[in-house]
Every structure is written in structure tokens, then in C-alpha cells.
Write a protein of this length. Structure first.
Ligand code: FAD
Length: 461
């Protein structure tokens, strides 16, 4: 036995970091173990950060192209993908360095290697050098995240078959790409690759895109993705993927065939539990590799907690960090961090989407008498100045109490704009009147709230 800790955290992504930081602040001795050899988790290395960095370059490019003053003076036809990926990798490095300093400054002991349980209070860590280090613990937090689900009949080692991790290593020119799976990751990558000038076929296994969104927002996403040039094929299921040296063919159960230079598989994720030897601690994962938890993020074994993607939805970095903090608070007996309840949706397509609260359909089904206030970005001075005129903000509010029930935003910076509405919704006096009676900076995108509030209040009688 090398060392003994109050708590061992497996995984140095947002879930593990949230847990570790809270635990050290509560005076616990903490070890964090990660197989990647660096902190940041899949979030920083292959998920949120590189995909958002790529997206930003594509967004900058599209903005440049549509600005007549800039584009008249110099023309950018294409930018080599290698250069765009190199910028994304640089941002990953900076992020990893930042998080590394957080761990160091807070005296968290970091162990690099693949961990598995040996018994209820011992973790073994197999380092890259083949050494096994043993760590004793009183409590454990499993924050091992998730990975892309890979059906067995598809050869992911083929150079033209990618998942969302491997796509960051794409190193040859592609003209046409098939994206299979139109969840958040599939839609985000569709807008990235179409923005780079690729032909994109987005194959959706569902009848419409992101059906949990408000219908108007989901329709707007389909409309603008199509407008950018994405071919969306709804309600299709794969039969097989045929691979060749210079192309792939996707065979669909409907009998259709799609030929492209490469395929990006974005259909589902699985929890990282298969090598943890959970049985040794008395736990079992479900068929998706996910671990069941209670209200405090405690597993069926009382001294073991689990947070982040490994417990299933919402599978967001934002939620994972707060889940980690909440679990840590319960371990430390302080319980001063609430369970993660309402998480905003942030979808970084171009244009982006963000929502919180209930949709029109949910309110109608629940027979809640609501009213709608809308503001279209094309009418806002700030949007006209920036050129980001695509988008809208929709506020749903109770027509009697005026309580805000849902905020749905589509367009540039939606994921920031939504938080203004979220802050008001979370106040005891939650009312749409706040936006009608508060003076906002001008010109701003936040002005959309005033416009939408007045629009909605005008509908009342
Ligand atoms: C393409 C893409 C885009 C995304 N975009 C967003 C976004 O915009 N916003 C957002 O909020 N979320 C986004 N997500 C989701 C987000 O990345 C995850 O929700 C988040 O990373 C989950 O954090 P986590 O701490 O649970 O695990 P992870 O970040 O997955 O980290 C888990 C860590 O555990 C380690 N580990 C696993 N098994 C072991 C083991 N046996 N021993 C030691 N270490 C182990 C791994 O090496 C990894 O470093 C995106 C995901 C993807 C794939």
C-alpha cells in the first residue's frame, strides 16, 4: 500500500475536479487518478473544448465571409483542416495547463494510470510504465466519464471511419462526410463541417432533429442546417457500413445507399466502467456502462459515489462539475451544495441553441395557460451591427401569475443569453414584468428580453 486517502476520485474531468476541489476545501486528503496522463478529462481532450474551439474558427470564418467590407479586400477560399485542428489542440493544451494548476495549488495528489478496485477500500492504478500503485481510501468518487458507443459490426480502425474522439485526428482532405446520429454532437459537427465547405449528409434515426427541444426551435435548427447545405435524412437506420481505400458506403435499412469520403459515427455513448472491476467494491453497471445513484450521488455501496457522464443524462460538463461538488459535500457531511436539478440546454450548432424550463408542448399537455413573448434578432440594433441577424428569443410565461416558465433561444450567443432569463426565473419574485420594467444597455442582445416581454405582455387581455 503506497498511500491512504480520505477520498480517491477516479477521473480528472469536470466531475472529478468538482468533487476534488470541494473535498480539499472541506479539509479532506484527496487523490485523483486519471488514465489519460493529464487532467481535464475527455471534456478537455476530446469533447467540449476541442469541438467548441473548432466551431469558433468556423464561426469566425463564416462571419468574415458574410461581411462585405472584409471579404471584398481579401478572400479566404479554404483553410486546411490541419491548421484549424492545430488551433483547437493549442486551446486544449492551455485548458489542461489551467486545470493542472488548480489541482496543484489545492494540494490534490495526482496519479496517472488506469484504475480498478481491488476491494471495498483499495484501488489499484496501473501506470504506463507497468507499475501497480495501490491507494487505500475511505470514500471513492467514480467520475470516469463516457466514450463514443461503437457497434461491433463497424470497423473503427479503418482510416475512413471516425467517432467524435477520432475525428480530431482527421488528416486528409474530405469533400463529403456522412454523419450518422443527429443528437447534439452530430448536429454540432454537421454545422462545423458544412461551415468548412464539406458536403454533409446528416443521418437521423429519429423523425425530427432534437425532438426534446421546443418545436419552433427544433424546426429553426433543421431549416438553418438545410440552408447551410446539410442534407438531413430523418428516420433512417444503418444496415451496414462498407469501407474502401478511398470511400465509404452507408447502407440504410430503407434500401438507400450513401457514398462519401468518410463517415463520422455520433450515435450514442457508453459509461467508462468496464475495466473498473466494480464487483470488487460490490457494484454493477447497467448495459450502457452507467452506475445508478441516489439523490446524493451515492451508489448502492454507501461509501462510493458516482458523478458525471458515468451516471447517464444530462451528460454535460456543466452538470458534471456541480454533481461532483454535491457528492463531495455529502461525503464531507456539509451538504451545502444542492443536487443538480435544472440544467440549461446549450447546443453549439451554428447558429447555437439554448433553453431552460418547459416547452410549449409540455405546457399545453399540462394545460397551463401560458402566453408567448417573442423577439427576432433581425430587429435588434446589436444584431444588425454584428451581422448575426438569424435567431430569436422566446419567453413562455403564465398569463395569470406572469411567472416565466420557459426561455428558448436560437441564434448567436444563445448559450450566454439564456442565463439572463434563468437568473430571473430562479428569483422568488420570478415575473416577466422584470424585463418590461428594467433598463438594459443599448444596443445589446440582452435587449431581446425587453422586446420579447413587451411583445408577450401585449397579448394579454
Ligand atoms: C464532441 C463533444 C462535445 C461536447 N460538448 C459539450 C458542451 O458544449 N458542453 C457541455 O457541457 N458538455 C459537452 N460535452 C459533454 C462533456 O464533455 C461531458 O459531459 C463531460 O466531459 C463529462 O465529464 P466527466 O467528468 O463525467 O468525464 P470525462 O470528461 O469523460 O472525464 C473522465 C476521465 O476519467 C478517466 N478515466 C476513465 N476510466 C478510468 C480508469 N479506469 N482509470 C483512471 N481514469 C479513468 C478518463 O481518462 C477521463 O479523463 C461534449 C462531449 C463531446 C463528446
Amino acid at each position: 500500500m503506497h498511500a491512504r486517502y480520505d477520498v480517491v476520485v477516479i477521473g480528472a474531468g469536470p466531475g472529478g475536479e468538482g468533487a476534488a476541489m470541494k473535498l480539499v476545501k472541506e479539509g479532506r486528503r484527496v487523490a485523483v487518478v486519471d488514465a489519460l496522463g493529464e487532467v481535464g478529462g475527455n471534456c478537455a481532450h476530446v469533447g467540449t473544448i476541442p469541438s467548441k474551439a473548432l466551431r469558433q474558427t468556423v464561426y469566425n470564418l463564416s462571419r468574415f465571409r458574410r461581411d462585405p467590407v472584409l471579404s471584398r479586400h481579401s478572400e479566404i477560399k479554404t483553410i486546411p483542416l490541419a491548421q484549424i485542428l492545430a488551433r483547437a489542440h493549442k486551446i486544449v493544451e492551455t485548458q489542461v495547463g489551467t486545470h493542472q494548476r488548480f489541482f496543484e495549488r489545492n494540494d490534490v495528489d495526482l496519479y496517472y494510470g488506469k484504475a480498478h478496485f481491488e476491494d471495498a477500500n483499495t484501488l489499484a492504478v496501473l501506470t504506463d510504465e507497468g507499475v501497480v500503485e495501490r491507494i487505500g481510501f475511505d470514500n471513492a468518487v467514480i467520475a470516469t466519464g463516457s466514450r463514443p458507443y461503437q457497434p461491433r459490426d463497424i470497423d473503427f480502425s479503418h482510416p475512413r471511419v471516425f467517432d467524435s474522439d477520432k475525428i480530431l485526428q482527421l488528416d486528409y482532405p474530405v469533400h463529403k462526410l456522412i454523419i450518422y446520429g443527429a443528437g447534439v454532437i452530430g448536429c454540432e459537427y454537421a454545422s462545423i463541417f458544412v461551415g468548412l465547405g464539406y458536403k454533409v449528409d446528416l443521418v437521423n434515426t429519429q423523425p425530427q432533429l432534437l425532438s426534446y427541444l421546443d418545436d419552433e426551435i427544433a424546426d429553426a435548427l433543421s431549416h438553418y442546417l438545410r440552408d447551410l447545405g446539410v442534407l438531413i435524412r430523418n428516420q433512417e437506420e444503418y444496415e451496414r457500413v462498407e469501407t474502401h481505400d478511398d470511400h465509404v458506403i452507408l447502407h440504410l435499412k430503407s434500401g438507400k445507399k450513401i457514398k462519401a469520403d468518410a463517415i463520422l459515427w455520433c450515435n450514442g455513448r457508453a459509461g467508462n466502467t468496464e475495466t473498473l472491476n466494480l464487483e470488487a467494491v460490490g457494484l454493477q453497471a447497467n448495459s450502457r456502462g452507467q452506475i445508478a445513484i441516489d439523490e446524493q450521488y451515492r451508489t448502492a455501496v454507501p461509501h462510493v459515489f458516482a458523478v458525471g457522464d458515468v451516471i447517464g443524462p444530462p451528460a454535460l460538463a456543466s452538470a458534471a462539475y456541480d454533481q461532483g461538488r454535491c457528492a463531495a459535500a455529502h461525503i464531507a457531511g456539509s451538504a451545502d451544495v444542492p443536487r443538480v436539478a435544472e440544467v440549461p440546454t446549450g447546443i453549439y450548432t451554428i447558429p447555437e441553441i439554448s433553453c431552460i424550463g418547459r416547452t410549449e408542448k409540455q405546457l399545453t399537455d399540462a394545460r397551463v395557460p401560458y402566453e408567448v413573448g417573442q423577439s427576432f434578432f433581425r430587429h435588434l440594433a446589436r444584431a444588425q451591427i454584428s451581422g448575426d441577424v438569424v435567431g430569436m428569443l422566446k419567453i413562455l410565461f403564465h398569463r395569470d401569475t406572469r411567472e416565466i416558465l420557459g426561455i428558448h433561444c436560437f441564434g448567436n450567443n444563445s448559450s450566454e443569453i439564456v442565463h439572463i432569463g434563468q437568473a430571473v426565473m430562479n428569483q422568488p419574485g420570478n415575473s416577466i414584468d422584470y424585463f418590461a420594467n428594467t433598463t438594459f444597455n443599448y444596443p445589446t442582445m440582452a435587449e431581446a428580453y425587453r422586446v420579447a416581454a413587451l411583445n408577450g405582455l401585449n397579448r394579454l387581455f
